[in-house]
Design a protein around this ligand. Structure first.
Ligand SMILES: Nc1ncnc2c1ncn2[C@@H]1O[C@H](COP(=O)(O)OP(=O)(O)O)[C@@H](O)[C@H]1O
Ligand SMILES: CC(=O)N[C@@H](CCC(=O)OP(=O)(O)O)C(=O)O
Length: 305
């Protein structure tokens, strides 16, 4: 029975598959479970990938399933569109430079309340409802993420540095709180907020936090869920694998722009720092994480050094 994308509920479709096929599909996961058991997987859950209720439920079930088979998932969430909606409600227009939000003090108040409040709370609730035990942390908790103010280097003219306000450049990750939660059987859900040495809060791009955490924890895998098939070339075709020199070329010729810039540089940094596999995948595909982690099917773009 071919997959019918018009029938939204996968479980309705699964009910029509023969039992043998079902068992075969489940059995395909075994070598992947054995390979990843006990290993840490950092999952970046992009704000654009979390807008549909059914997809949110699929995401939460996948995270719980990974935990139950002995893999250690850590969720780092974004929330760009959710911040944008909150800013619009108070008449502030969001502005981005090279995929980074320009963050003044008023914007920062809203960023922190949306990310570490509404968005984090929703994800924790979804995972717990699916049978997991998620605990939310912001980068403030347990001094998890220390930052200094970021001066953003211009990609076209590296002598130019953009001052984008209260945006953090990660100086240190102290993962003790995260490892304590993992060891206690919990699933950490982390908001991309950091503090500087004067206890000032900073906004950090969630891709950057996911990459830094994956490096610090020596994660096996970093999986970034977004709202596109993966990284696309100039003709709009999916590139299933990308390395450092190809990425340099795509940044220089403008094929990569906006939110893909911090994503790709964080992904590459993680790959260079020893994270074994780094993937940018389509969060609009139901159960995309199970496909990527527990089946032979590669989805999206794999980033290598
Ligand atoms: N070459 C490219 N391939 C794919 N996406 C790209 C590319 N260049 C720019 N983008 C943009 O990057 C977006 C993903 O980044 P972003 O909006 O920050 O998502 P997220 O919320 O998942 O972090 C895509 O939706 C697309 O608009
Ligand atoms: C500095 C910066 O850009 N911070 C981001 C943090 C949220 C985020 O990264 O969300 P997504 O993953 O959904 O894009 C922002 O304010 O939008």
């Amino acid at each position: 029975m071919p997959f019918n994308p018009d029938v939204k509920d996968l479980y309705e479709q699964i009910a029509t598959i023969s039992p043998n096929l079902k068992a075969g599909i489940i059995a395909e996961a075994l070598p992947h479970i054995r390979r990843f058991q006990g290993k840490t997987i950092v999952i970046k859950y992009g704000g654009n990938a979390m807008t549909d209720k059914y997809l949110q439920e699929c995401f939460a079930r996948d995270v719980v399933l990974l935990k139950l088979v002995g893999i250690q998932p850590i969720v780092v969430h974004g929330g760009g569109p959710q911040i944008e909606a909150a800013l619009t409600r108070v008449g502030i227009k969001g502005q981005f430079i090279q995929g980074m939000r320009v963050t003044d003090e008023d914007t920062m108040d809203i960023v922190e309340s949306v990310l570490a409040g509404q968005v984090q709370g929703d994800i924790v609730g979804l995972i717990n409802h699916a049978g997991g035990a998620a605990v939310g942390l912001s980068g403030r908790d347990g001094n998890l993420i220390q930052v200094k103010k970021l001066y953003l280097q211009d990609i076209k003219d590296p002598s130019v540095q953009h001052d984008i306000g209260l945006v953090g450049d990660v100086t240190q990750v102290n993962p003790a709180a995260v490892t304590a939660l993992i060891n206690g059987g919990f699933i950490p859900v982390i908001s991309p907020i950091g503090t500087d040495e004067n206890n000032v809060s900073y906004n950090i791009n969630a891709d950057v936090v996911a990459g830094e955490l994956a490096r610090t924890l020596d994660a096996e895998k970093l999986v970034m869920l977004t709202n596109i098939k993966g990284v696309l070339d100039q003709e709009g075709n999916l590139m299933s694998q990308l390395n450092a020199s190809k990425i340099d070329e795509l940044v220089a010729n403008g094929t990569l722009s906006g939110g893909m810039l911090p994503k790709i540089s964080s992904a590459l940094d993680a790959a260079k720092s020893g994270v074994n596999s780094v993937h940018i995948i389509d969060g609009r595909v139901p159960h995309c994480m199970l496909l990527e982690i527990l089946t032979d099917t590669g989805v999206g773009t794999m980033i290598t050094q």
